[in-house]
Design a protein around this ligand. Structure first.
Ligand code: ZN
Length: 486
């Protein structure tokens, strides 16, 4: 039997968390036909992966790539890390269905406003199909986006009519291929939304087997209360909830991941709960005084009024502007920042927690972005799994593949087995390394030489080939899966 593509002699890490074994895969079209023993099979193209790891393509469960997929469909920051699928529309912010304006933090996706041009989710899905991005997309609809669309002012709870309008739009989007709804009550556009509003807007999720993700209202002093709110939303809707980029921020909260993870572990026995994390001690989002207050150091990632300040420490930027820090924050607006607010021990505890998936939360349009955009996946594999031995290689891969696909209900993804879609990555476990740092945040990683999307070589020899096989994937969650209990 002749196959389109054959990969031999690899260290197979199949995404399930099972220990590595020696073997390969045979691919026809976009599917894996053989996995493990190849029994003399031949391929039109053959790759000898001797000494390298063959794993499922990584799934970045937390991104803001809604527009990057359209404006830079090569998707290099993700593809070169071995990411083959991105989950978009997080933190309440999605490009579709587009609102008439983009107040912060919606401007993280588009500071000009011109990309907010999709009146329906269908129109966005059609644009994705036209753009043919290099990675797959799993799309969430943002509650804040729906709010800006439905409401004349955002500093109050939504009325019954406004809730009905948002709910109808979510229902239509889920019917057109969206996988769930994200919420971001931490941010101004949704801060006035009650728990009840979040539940009532998200009602259609259950019928569509959609997922609910949330950038919680409070990730510092009030983090335990926010976890309770998240769990209550999940129970009221009967759907899985994802605690996005879980952290305990601010010095006063350092160490409290012991409590938050105990609470999450207990809740998992009663309802489906998931969480994701990025492997850094600093967060990043729009520049706001509230965020600066909790941080030991702040770096300006962009400023529309003072673009010359991007990449500078906020203190240095304030000196250059000749202003006290508080006034500099106002003068730099609209702007983004990196905030050093987490403790390394908490980051490691959360990363190592069994149910934690890996998501980058990268901000692709920032001129001086947080290095998580280019470094998240190799940093988990190299720094945390290999160098610090925080967990095994197969656990690291599981957290970025099989676990993520199961949680988001992505059929035939995230695992290497016959019948699965051939989204794959080959990397050198001994050398894989994140090169991006806070000073040089857009450096490509090392040690990841081959990436395959839907059976086609998207990266070969560490370079993008130009193949663009990504598509919109719709996840349908399985609430009754016993794996939810951890
Ligand atoms: Zn967020």
């Amino acid at each position: 039997m002749n196959y389109d593509l054959l990969i031999r002699n690899a260290t197979l890490v199949d995404g399930t968390g099972a220990p590595p074994r020696t073997g390969g895969v045979a691919i026809s079209g976009d599917r894996i036909e053989l996995a493990g023993e190849l029994n003399g099979a031949r391929g039109r193209i053959e790759i000898d992966a001797n000494g390298k790891v063959l794993a499922p393509g990584f799934i970045d469960v937390h991104t803001h790539d809604d527009r990057l997929l359209l404006s830079d469909p090569a998707m290099l920051p993700k593809l070169l890390q071995g990411v083959t699928t991105v989950v978009t529309g997080n933190c309440g912010i999605s490009l579709a269905p587009s609102p008439p304006s983009a107040p912060p933090p919606l401007d993280l996706l588009d500071d000009s406003g011109t990309w907010y041009r999709f009146d329906t989710f269908d129109a966005y899905a059609a644009a994705l199909a036209d753009a043919r991005p290099a990675t797959n997309c799993v799309a969430l609809v943002g509650h804040s986006t729906l709010r800006v669309r439905a409401m004349d002012r955002l500093d109050r709870a939504a009325s019954a009519a406004e809730i009905a309008a948002m709910r109808a739009e979510l229902d239509a989007a889920l019917g057109a291929g969206a996988t769930g709804m994200s919420a971001g009550p931490y941010y101004a556009p949704a801060a006035a939304a009650s728990t009840e509003e979040l539940i009532e807007v998200a009602r259609p999720l259950a019928a569509h087997r959609g997922i609910f993700t949330i950038h919680m209202r409070n990730e510092h002093d009030g983090v335990l209360v926010s976890i309770d709110e998240t769990l209550a939303i999940g129970r009221a809707l009967g759907v899985p909830v994802v605690i996005s980029h879980h952290k305990v921020a601010g010095q006063k909260s350092h160490g409290r991941s012991v409590e938050t993870l105990a609470k999450i572990a207990a809740a998992m026995r009663a309802q489906p709960v998931a969480l994701d994390c990025y492997p850094y001690c600093a967060s990043s989002t729009v520049l706001i005084a509230e965020g600066v207050r909790y941080a030991s150091r702040v770096i300006v990632t962009w400023s529309r009024s003072h673009p010359e300040c991007s990449g500078l420490d906020l203190k240095v930027a304030a000196e250059r502007l000749g202003l006290p820090v508080e006034q500099a924050i106002a003068a730099l607006q609209p702007a983004g920042a990196v905030y050093f607010v987490m403790d390394e021990a908490d980051v490691q505890r959360i990363l190592a927690f069994g149910a934690t998936m890996i998501g980058s939360d990268g901000l692709p349009h920032d001129p001086h972005p947080h290095p998580r955009l280019w470094g998240t996946f190799p940093r988990v594999l190299g720094h945390y799994a290999r160098d610090l031995a925080l967990f095994s290689l197969e656990t690291a891969v599981h957290k970025m593949t099989g676990l993520s696909a199961a949680r988001f209900g992505l059929a035939d993804r995230g695992v290497i087995r016959p019948g699965a879609i051939a989204d794959l990555v080959i990397f050198d476990a001994a050398t894989v390394h994140d090169s991006a740092n806070f000073e040089h945040p857009t450096r490509a990683p090392l040690g990841i030489d081959t990436v395959i999307v839907a059976g086609q070589l998207a990266v070969a020899g560490g370079k993008a080939t130009g193949a663009r096989e990504g598509r919109l994937i719709t996840g349908r969650v399985r609430v009754d899966d016993p794996a939810w209990a951890g």
